[in-house]
Design a protein around this ligand. Structure first.
Ligand code: AMP
Length: 142
């Protein structure tokens, strides 16, 4: 499988704002921060997307999902949370290493039909992202 930016993040070759890591998964802030606390969860074992992921990897993802979701909930008390997972270019996948978006939802993020998928990459600086990641990881035990 061709290397992606997420393998480099897992290896520490590219910096990220880590919120959680174990032997099998890595979670970090999405650079775009569509909403406050927007986080990505990826398996360390690379696969392009859900079509190519083995069951064992999904077990580890399954264990991690509620940990990350509850940590975000406890950190920011959002009104809700979407977990989004894109497969294939047609379905808006841009990085071909399986990943799950955790998108906390707040009353004021609504725009007509729903949230706006708008990047805040340039308006939330690195220090702010570090602080957000710290607030989430502080809620995860062990
Ligand atoms: P998708 O469109 O589902 O493939 O999502 C890929 C996500 O990766 C996007 O939301 C990007 O903002 C995010 N992303 C790309 N590069 C980085 C990076 N270096 N650090 C954190 N998130 C990233």
């Amino acid at each position: 499988m061709p290397e992606t930016i997420f393998s480099k993040i897992i290896e520490g070759e590219i910096p990220s704002h880590k919120v959680y890591e174990d032997d099998y998964v890595y979670a970090f802030l999405d650079i775009s921060q569509v909403t406050k606390g927007h986080t990505l969860l990826v398996p360390k074992k690379a696969s392009a997307n859900i079509f190519e992921t083995d069951a064992e990897t999904m077990k580890h993802i399954g264990v991690a999902i509620p940990k990350i979701a509850n940590a975000i909930k406890d950190a920011f008390n959002p009104n809700g949370l979407n977990i989004i997972q894109n497969n294939g270019e047609f379905a808006d996948q841009s990085v071909f290493h399986l990943h799950f978006h955790f998108l906390p939802r707040y009353e004021n993020d609504v725009d007509g039909f729903g949230y706006k998928w708008v990047t805040h990459e340039d308006t939330i600086d690195d220090d702010q992202k570090a602080e957000l990641a710290k607030q989430i990881s502080a809620q995860i035990e062990g």
